[in-house]
Design a protein around this ligand. Structure first.
Ligand code: 13P
Ligand code: ZN
Length: 269
C-alpha cells in the first residue's frame, strides 16, 4: 500500500522516531492498552505534493480556535490505538492531519482515516502556543508513568515544586536534563478543554507537567527530547520509591550540593 512516507526520508525518519518512543513507553509499562498519546508538528517536512493531497476524512472540529495553526500539519496517535502497535505500524495507529484555514477544524490526509487522540485539544493548544512564542519545540507526549502517577496521589507532593525538589535531589542528572522541573495540574477530566488550558498555563514555566492521578504531559524539541525529560524524572521517582521500600526516606542531595551542581552546569536556580 502507498504511504505518505514513501520517498520522503526526512518525514519517514521523524515518524520512525515517534514509533521508537512509542516502543519505549510500552516497554516502560507506561502505556497500558491505548494509554498515552504523541503529536508532532511536521509542517517543516511537508512538500507541495502533500499540500495538494485531498482529505480522506470529513472536516472535524478541534473544539477551540487556534490561530497559529492555520495550514499546519501534525502526526497524531490515533484515539484508542495502542503504543505497542504504533511502535510497529505508525501509519496504521496514527495519521497526518492538516489544520484548515478557519483554525478551528482539521482533516485527515494520510495514510488511513485514523481519528486523532482524544487529548487533541491539549496537544494542539500547546503547539499553537509554541508557535506563537517562536519556540522550536515540535513534539508533545502524554503518558502514564507508574511512579510519578503514584506520587500524584499524595496531597503533600502536589504542592508547588515539592516534587521538583525531591526528584532533582535524587541524582544530579535530573536537574541537568530536566532543568525546569515538574509542574502540577490538579485533577481535570481527560480530553477536556479545561485540562488543555491548565496544561498550557503550566507549560510556560515547565517542560513536563504532572496531571494529578492520570499521567504526565511533556513538550520538547522532538519526540525523543520530550521522552528523555519524562524518563529522567521517572528514574528519580523510582530511586525515591526504592529507598522508601527499603524502609527509609532518602536523604536527597543537600541544598549546597544542588547549588554547586547548578553553577557547574549553568542551570537556572
Ligand atoms: P487516546 O487513546 O484517545 O489517545 O487516549 C489515551 C489517553 O491516555 C487519554 O488520556
Ligand atoms: Zn492519559
Amino acid at each position: 500500500m502507498k504511504s505518505i512516507l514513501d520517498n520522503r526520508p526526512a518525514l519517514k525518519a521523524e515518524v520512525m522516531k515517534i514509533a521508537e518512543v512509542a516502543g519505549y513507553l510500552w516497554t516502560n509499562g507506561w502505556a497500558e492498552r491505548n494509554g498515552g498519546n504523541i503529536t508532532v508538528n511536521i509542517t517543516d517536512l511537508i512538500d507541495d505534493e502533500i499540500r495538494q493531497m485531498p482529505a480522506i476524512s470529513e472536516v472535524k472540529p478541534i473544539g477551540i480556535t487556534l490561530p497559529c495553526l492555520k495550514g499546519k500539519y501534525f502526526y497524531c496517535k490515533g484515539t484508542g490505538k495502542r503504543m505497542r502497535d504504533l511502535a510497529r505500524w505508525p501509519m496504521d495507529n496514527g495519521s497526518v492531519i492538516r489544520i484548515l484555514d478557519d483554525c478551528a477544524s482539521y482533516v485527515i490526509i494520510a495514510d488511513n482515516p485514523v481519528n486523532p487522540t482524544s487529548e487533541l485539544p491539549s496537544h494542539l493548544t500547546v503547539h499553537n502556543h509554541l508557535i506563537e512564542k517562536g519556540s522550536n519545540y515540535k513534539a508533545t507526549v502524554h503518558t502514564h508513568p507508574i511512579e510519578l502517577v503514584a506520587m500524584s496521589h499524595n496531597r503533600e507532593m502536589l504542592g508547588k515544586d515539592v516534587l521538583t525538589k525531591i526528584l532533582w535531589s535524587m541524582i544530579p542528572e535530573t536537574k541537568a536534563f530536566c532543568p525546569l522541573g515538574l509542574g502540577i495540574i490538579p485533577y481535570t477530566l481527560p480530553g477536556s478543554n479545561e485540562l488543555a488550558d491548565a496544561t498550557l498555563k503550566e507549560l510556560d514555566d515547565y517542560d513536563v507537567v504532572l496531571w494529578e492521578k492520570h499521567g504526565v504531559f511533556a513538550q520538547g524539541l522532538d519526540v525523543m527530547d520530550a521522552f528523555d525529560q519524562i524518563d529522567v524524572l521517572s528514574k528519580s521517582a523510582k530511586i525515591y520509591i526504592s529507598a522508601k521500600c527499603m524502609g527509609f526516606t532518602p536523604e536527597g542531595m543537600s541544598d549546597e550540593q544542588m547549588a554547586e551542581m547548578s553553577r557547574a552546569f549553568n542551570l537556572p536556580k
